[in-house]
Design a protein around this ligand. Structure first.
Ligand SMILES: NC(=O)c1ccc[n+]([C@@H]2O[C@H](COP(=O)([O-])OP(=O)(O)OC[C@H]3O[C@@H](n4cnc5c(N)ncnc54)[C@H](O)[C@@H]3O)[C@@H](O)[C@H]2O)c1
Ligand SMILES: O=P(O)(O)OC[C@@H](O)[C@@H](O)[C@H](O)[C@H](O)CO
Length: 449
């Protein structure tokens, strides 16, 4: 028997786009733990797939959260998802966001889904973005190809029904994610309708967040572990670690669940938390994803057990720590080592390796630039870039990236020519830095020797 409810689900007051593993281990779990959870049911939409929406609907939105610590598993049933919908159901999407009862929208759609240029604006040259501009200008209510397109369509529907203010809460690993999403959404709205633009500027707040909880993809073995532990045939449990963190800064004009009572931190500025997390955790994750997989490792736990990889991570943390403001970095680093070594969390390096062109500019390049600005050579950062070049040349984890074709072409051929071409694809000024290019080349040779 699968999970099912004994009473009604909470009325829908929040929406989510990007229904997947992380949202269910993080934001939905915080909402479920908040004391006012019964007022904040969530209508959750997948990005694209049908399966998870169908599986959750068959389970009344309920799923098992399996928290795996080094010493054992703990299963809880999470009930904050009141309805689950496939991303293609635009009628339900527009109706949900046009409802005055809905005052909150969280997002976990991956970094790549925002269609940002390297400078952070909306990529209006993208054919998918251009198609959405045409669709939105034509007033169609379906057929959107991008996340910014879906967001602007929803805000237009909300403006039309005068449904009141909304807080948009992006939870992807982007620095200044609230401001980043505000920018792409306002730039797209400006292409489409000055009325919608004016409405959203007056009614929509974009909240910056730092989010942290390592949540790998669910495997058949996880489903079996849940069955053994709970006796339930849960088709879509989520496996995560005990550690969890959520820091938010911004306004919630229509209210929000009392997330702070569930452990979230409401602050004036998330930047120090966000940079610490993105550089130390995500930066080292990307380093391991490329360099560790070149050495033949498959998971974070395997790679961190290798003294070479562990040394590279420590070196990266030394470089990044020179540019971080929060105190207690030694403690943070020690905790990360424990989290990475958790043998019950099989976090695949191949999953982390995806979309490097979108992730490295956030996780690694700021530290490389800061080190070069003070005249130092960031060898660990150069190694991460070298490992990415090796990955694009076919070593280690397979390539999955929206820019895969052009990046793999840039990475082909003699290494001495490939390295500056790949660096230039990230940022021309990196390729123009001869000493950095030479260091990346040396690390590339060493890694693939
Ligand atoms: N998994 C983690 O440990 C973790 C931790 C912190 C933050 N995050 C953030 O959450 C995001 C999602 O992670 P997840 O583990 O839930 O992944 P997932 O694959 O389980 O879910 C991703 C969701 O985003 C949707 N999506 C993906 N690409 C899209 C696109 N181009 N357009 C529209 N929708 C798209 C998918 O359809 C799915 O609904 C990550 O990319 C990251 O930014 C994840
Ligand atoms: O989820 P992604 O693909 O953005 O990145 C992979 C990991 O680095 C990331 O998911 C971390 O596990 C997470 O950010 C931990 O909080």
């Amino acid at each position: 028997m699968g999970p099912s409810r004994s009473g009604p689900a909470a009325p829908v007051a929040a929406a989510h786009l990007g229904l997947g593993a992380f949202f269910r281990a993080h934001q939905a779990a915080y909402t479920a733990l908040a004391p006012d959870a019964e007022e904040w049911g969530i209508a959750a939409f997948t990005g694209r797939s049908l399966l998870l929406a169908d599986q959750l609907t068959a389970q009344d939105g309920l799923y098992t959260l399996l928290v795996r610590g080094p010493d054992g598993d703990e299963a809880t049933s999470v009930g904050s998802v009141s309805s689950a919908h496939p991303g293609a159901d635009t009628a339900a999407w527009l109706a949900t966001l046009a409802s005055p009862e809905v005052r909150l929208l969280t997002l976990t759609v991956t970094e790549a889904a925002y269609h940002r240029t390297a400078a952070g604006g909306l990529d209006l040259d993208s054919p998918d973005v251009a198609a959405d501009v045409a669709t939105l200008r034509g007033g169609a209510r379906t057929g959107f190809r991008t996340v910014p397109g879906r967001l602007v369509a929803a805000l237009a529907a909300r403006a039309a029904s005068d449904a009141g203010p909304l807080a948009v809460v992006p939870c992807d690993n982007l620095l200044g994610n609230g401001a980043a999403v505000r920018r792409v959404v306002t730039e797209l709205a400006a292409e489409v309708s000055s009325d919608v633009l004016a409405w959203l500027e007056a009614n929509v707040s974009f909240v910056d967040t730092e989010v942290d909880r390592i949540t790998p993809r669910t495997t058949p073995a996880d489903i079996e572990a849940v069955r053994r532990l709970t006796g339930l045939d849960d088709a879509c449990p989520v496996v995560t670690e005990p550690f969890t963190e959520w820091t938010l800064a911004g306004s919630f004009p229509g209210g929000r669940p009392a997330w702070e009572k569930a452990g979230a931190l409401l602050v004036d500025d998330v930047t120090p938390y966000e940079t610490r997390k993105l550089w130390l955790l995500n930066g080292s994750h990307s380093l391991l994803a490329y360099a560790g997989s070149v050495l033949g490792h498959r998971t974070v736990a395997d790679a961190i057990a290798d003294p070479h990889c562990r040394g590279w991570v420590e070196e990266w943390w030394d470089e990044a720590s020179r540019h971080l403001a929060l105190p207690g970095l030694e403690h943070y680093r020690a905790a990360l080592l424990e989290r990475y070594a958790n043998p019950s969390i099989r976090h695949l390096l191949a999953q982390i390796a995806s979309d490097g062109s979108q992730k490295l500019p956030v996780r690694v390049l700021p530290v490389v630039r800061a080190e070069r600005a003070v005249g130092r050579m960031p060898h660990a950062g150069a190694r991460a870039l070298a490992a990415w070049v090796a990955h694009l040349r076919g070593h280690g984890a397979p390539v999955a990236d929206p820019l895969a074709a052009e990046l793999q072409a840039a990475a082909a051929g003699p290494l001495a020519e490939a390295v500056p071409r790949v660096l230039a694809a990230l940022d021309q000024s990196l390729a123009d830095d001869r000493d950095l290019t030479a260091a990346v080349l040396d690390h590339s040779k060493e890694l693939t020797r």
